[in-house]
Design a protein around this ligand. Structure first.
Ligand SMILES: [Zn+2]
Ligand SMILES: [Zn+2]
Length: 312
């Protein structure tokens, strides 16, 4: 890839180092080529929690010291890591202080969704305010969020704790005495450290979905399609597919023949689009798409008499 910048020759094989180093190198090179290729400077990099290539770029400073590249973590990845850390805590029957009561662990497991929603709401609220300390305040909210969910409203911020339920049990003292709280607090502080990223409320969803399209066209890495520019071509197909959504065939057809595609191609792309829309609404409103439970009450009356003597 280094030759791309130095000369006009397209290079297909010139990497002799480890593949993990390759990723960091590709990203750095992409940033360095951004002005030449697109006349753009990228000042933010949205990462997916993999820190190795995130560390290198700010050091390299591809645009000089005047425009350092800011690294931001993807919000979805941060929340997912946080929730799965809490889920692991809920599954662990023992911690450093001894056994953890199953009832408390179950409480944690049952409230994961609520915790996630609470954090997202706190991010949205703090983001909308103009307070200059909002990152600090968000950090506080994240550290206090689990207290609120488990019934301890001592340090709750007013905006998310309007009318705490009077009959709600405060589980905080029990959780603290069995040491469960140590793990929860640890997860909280790991997330709270990323408040500067969270407050920007960005995700790398676009990159993820493009990446999955590339994976589709290169055959999911099962077969080595990467030789002699084949990878390049496949990525270009993925780009057309990404930009034209469900009309890939239409685009290619009209591009090659200068004529509109036929009836059946159009029907096909329509139905693809319909299916995708349905899938999306199924994801957004899962409850309205619940499958009917089939019930089986044994054979009906015409099926033949069940032989009573056969039963053991
Ligand atoms: Zn190269
Ligand atoms: Zn509260």
């Amino acid at each position: 890839m280094h030759n791309w910048l130095q000369g006009t020759r397209k290079c297909f094989k010139n990497w002799n180092s480890s593949s993990t180093a390759m990723e960091a190198d590709i990203i750095t090179e992409g940033f360095k080529a951004s002005i030449e290729m697109h006349n753009l400077k990228y000042h933010r990099l949205i990462g997916d929690g993999d820190s190795s290539n995130m560390q290198r770029l700010p050091r390299e400073m591809p645009y000089g010291a005047d425009l350092p590249v800011q690294k931001v973590e993807c919000m979805n990845h941060l929340l997912r890591t946080y929730i799965s850390r809490l889920r692991d805590t809920a599954r662990k029957p023992k911690n450093s202080q001894g056994a953890v009561p199953i009832l408390l662990r179950k409480k944690v497991g049952d409230n994961l969704q609520r915790i996630r929603v609470a954090i997202s709401a706190a991010v949205a609220y703090r983001r909308a305010t103009t307070n200059s300390d909002k990152i600090k305040l968000l950090e506080e909210d994240i550290r206090k969020g689990t207290n609120h969910v488990f019934g301890d409203h001592e340090g709750c911020a007013e905006y998310f704790c309007k009318s705490p339920n009077e009959r709600e049990e405060n589980l905080f003292p029990q959780m603290r005495s069995c040491g469960l709280w140590v793990d929860i607090r640890y997860a909280n502080s790991l997330l709270a450290r990323h408040s500067p990223s969270l407050i920007q409320n960005v995700t790398n969803n676009v990159a993820e979905s493009f990446n999955s399209l590339v994976a589709k066209y290169i055959g999911g890495k099962r077969i080595n399609y990467c030789l002699r520019g084949s990878y390049q071509t496949r990525c270009e197909i993925a780009t057309i597919s990404f930009n034209s959504r469900y009309r890939l065939q239409n685009k290619i057809h009209s591009g090659l023949t200068n004529a509109s595609p036929g009836k059946f191609t159009k029907i096909n792309s329509k139905s693809l689009e319909k299916k995708a829309l349905k899938r999306k609404s199924r994801q957004d409103f899962p409850s309205s798409f619940k499958r009917k439970q089939l019930q089986f009450d044994g054979p009906d009356e015409h099926y033949g008499q069940r032989d009573q003597n056969m039963e053991i």
